[in-house]
Design a protein around this ligand. Structure first.
Ligand SMILES: Nc1ncnc2c1ncn2[C@@H]1O[C@H](COP(=O)(O)OP(=O)(O)OP(=O)(O)O)[C@@H](O)[C@H]1O
Ligand SMILES: [Mg+2]
Length: 214
């Protein structure tokens, strides 16, 4: 039904965390989900291997080559309602190939000026992919990530992102349970279903789902 790529130039902004937890939210909505780990760091594969949660059943490794990513994504789309692609930092070609395959490109950004600078490059991959496809796809959305609402930078992140001219989806706060879930090999939906973190991922997934239906 849809391919969602999560990308960014910068490391550590929460790309893999968002992919894994969105996978769980879509599964909870009754969708079949495939997660493609296109990062040579194998973050999603390693996370899934820590436990026996839904990621252990959903994550597939894709070879460390940008060339095959698009065909793998379209193949996965035949068997799953939602295909999520996790991409590496600092490998523009993989981010670009993911953008060429995706219906929706999510660009997470943390509350640091350095994250905002790097976002411009990731945005350019999405825009270049649209030009190449002569299409409005991928749609592109920013996702505030690892937000600390007690800081000025955290509070101002969504409006800084809006100023960059793209729509902003509901953000994800910096919360301990998010990292704890990874240690158990679980998503937040499985590890801490009653937590505020789970509510944030649920809201983000709902907004993404609404967007995909438009
Ligand atoms: N919302 C959050 N709250 C707390 N910790 C988080 C959150 N999001 C991510 N983290 C932690 O921050 C670190 C980096 O997150 P993650 O691996 O998802 O980022 P990434 O963008 O995929 O990194 P890379 O670019 O290296 O692939 C991890 O230790 C992760 O557990
Ligand atoms: Mg990652």
């Amino acid at each position: 039904m849809a391919i969602i790529a999560v990308a960014g130039r910068k490391g550590g902004v929460g790309k893999s965390t968002i992919v894994g937890n969105l996978a769980a939210e879509f599964a909870a909505m009754g969708r079949s989900v495939a997660v493609l780990d296109a990062d040579p760091q194998n973050s999603l594969v390693a996370w899934a291997a820590q436990g026996d949660g839904m990621l252990a059943r959903s994550v597939q490794k894709v070879p460390d080559s940008a060339d095959t990513l698009r065909s793998r994504a379209h193949k996965a789309e035949k068997d799953a309602d939602i295909v999520l692609i996790d991409t590496p930092p600092g490998m523009p070609e993989v981010g670009y190939q993911a953008a060429l395959a995706a219906d929706l490109l999510l660009l997470p950004c943390g509350p640091s000026p350095l994250d905002l600078f790097a976002l411009k490059e990731a945005l350019s991959w999405g825009l270049k992919a649209r030009a190449e496809r002569r299409s409005k796809k991928p749609r592109i959305r920013f996702v505030p990530s690892k937000v600390v609402m007690t800081t000025n930078l955290g509070r101002g992140l969504a409006s800084s992102l809006k100023d960059m001219g793209r729509k902003v989806l509901p953000g994800i706060g910096q919360r301990v349970v998010v990292a704890e879930a990874v240690v158990r090999g679980l998503t937040v939906a499985e590890y801490a279903p009653d937590s505020p973190a789970h509510e944030e991922f649920r809201k983000l997934a709902k907004a993404v789902d609404k967007l995909l239906r438009r």
